[in-house]
Design a protein around this ligand. Structure first.
Ligand code: SAH
Length: 255
C-alpha cells in the first residue's frame, strides 16, 4: 500500500470545530503522531497506533512520520488549531528539506496539509469581530527567534495600526517577557487601546477578558491564552459585550 502523510489541524479544542476533512484523515489513519495533549484528543481504535511525544521534539517527530509514510503507512500528524500556524506543517517540511538528500524517496511521498481553525480566529469569533480590518499574528516565544525580533515586529505592527494576535504569550520558562511586551505596546499605543485575553477558547473553560491596554497586567495571559490587540478603531459596542473593528479606515491620514 502506498503511504500517505497528512498534517491536520484539530482546531482550538471543541470537537465540533474539527473539519470533516481532518476527521476523514484521522478515520483513515494507521498511525497518528503529535504532541501528547493533541494525540490525547484522538479516539483509540483497532488498527490505529498513537505516537505521542513531548513538546520541542518537532523535528524528530516529523522524521518519524516521514519514515512511517515511506514504509507504506497512512500517517496523520496532528496540531492544534491550524497546522500551518506556529505548528507541525513547517516542521515536517523542514525535516523533509533537510533529509531529502539522504532519503530521495521522500520527494515522491503523498503529503497533504488539512487546514484547521486557528486560535486567533476562534477567539475573534468568540468576542465579536476584532479582526475586521487589517491584522497580523505574532508568536511571542523566543524559542526559534531572538526576543529583539519580537520587539521589532511588535513596534512596527503597532505603528502600522494593525490589529494583532499573540500566540504563546507566556510560559513557565518565559515568565517576564510578556510584561516587556505590554511595556512596548504602551510606548507605541494609547492607554485606551483595546486588548483581549482569550483563554481556552471553544472549550468548557473558555474565558474572554476585555481590557484597556492601560489596565492590562502580565498575569492575564498564560500558555492557554491567545491575546488580541485591536487597532485604533476597535471598540465595544455600547450596551453590549461585542468587540468590533470597523471595516473602514477611510479617515486615515499619513502622519
Ligand atoms: N497551531 C495552533 C497554535 C499553536 S501555538 C493554532 O493554529 O491555533 C500554541 C498557542 O496557541 C497557545 O500558547 C495559545 O496562545 C494558542 N492557543 C491554542 N489553542 C487555544 C485556545 N483554545 N484558546 C486560546 N489560545 C489557544
Amino acid at each position: 500500500m502506498t503511504g500517505t502523510l497528512t498534517i491536520v489541524g484539530l482546531g482550538p479544542g471543541n470537537e465540533a470545530f474539527i473539519t470533516p476533512e481532518a476527521q476523514a484523515a484521522i478515520d483513515r489513519a494507521s498511525d497518528v503522531v503529535g504532541y501528547i495533549p493533541y494525540v490525547k484528543r484522538i479516539a483509540p481504535r483497532d488498527g490505529l497506533t498513537l505516537h505521542a511525544s513531548d513538546n520541542r521534539v518537532e523535528i524528530d517527530r516529523s522524521i518519524h512520520a516521514l519514515e512511517m509514510a515511506t514504509e507504506g503507512k497512512q500517517v496523520v500528524v496532528v496540531s492544534s488549531g491550524d497546522p500551518g500556524v506556529f505548528a507541525m506543517a513547517s516542521a515536517v517540511f523542514e525535516a523533509l528539506e533537510d533529509g531529502i538528500r539522504d532519503h530521495p524517496e521522500w520527494a515522491s511521498l503523498d503529503i497533504q496539509v488539512v487546514p484547521g481553525i486557528t486560535a486567533m480566529l476562534a477567539a475573534s469569533a468568540a468576542c465579536g469581530a476584532p479582526l475586521g480590518h487589517d491584522f497580523c499574528a505574532i508568536n511571542l516565544s523566543d524559542n526559534l527567534k531572538p526576543f529583539a525580533l519580537v520587539e521589532h515586529r511588535l513596534r512596527h505592527a503597532a505603528r502600522g495600526d494593525f490589529a494583532m494576535g499573540f500566540y504563546n504569550p507566556r510560559s513557565k520558562s518565559r515568565p517576564t517577557q510578556f510584561g516587556q511586551v505590554l511595556d512596548i505596546l504602551r510606548e507605541e499605543l494609547t492607554p485606551d487601546h483595546m486588548i483581549i485575553f482569550a483563554r481556552a477558547v471553544s472549550t468548557d473553560e473558555q474565558a474572554i477578558n476585555i481590557q484597556r491596554l492601560g489596565d492590562a497586567t502580565p498575569d492575564m495571559a498564560d500558555m492557554r491564552t491567545v491575546v488580541l490587540v485591536g487597532n485604533s478603531g476597535t471598540h465595544v459596542i455600547e450596551g453590549t459585550v461585542i468587540v468590533n473593528t470597523p471595516r473602514s479606515q477611510m479617515d486615515w491620514v499619513p502622519s
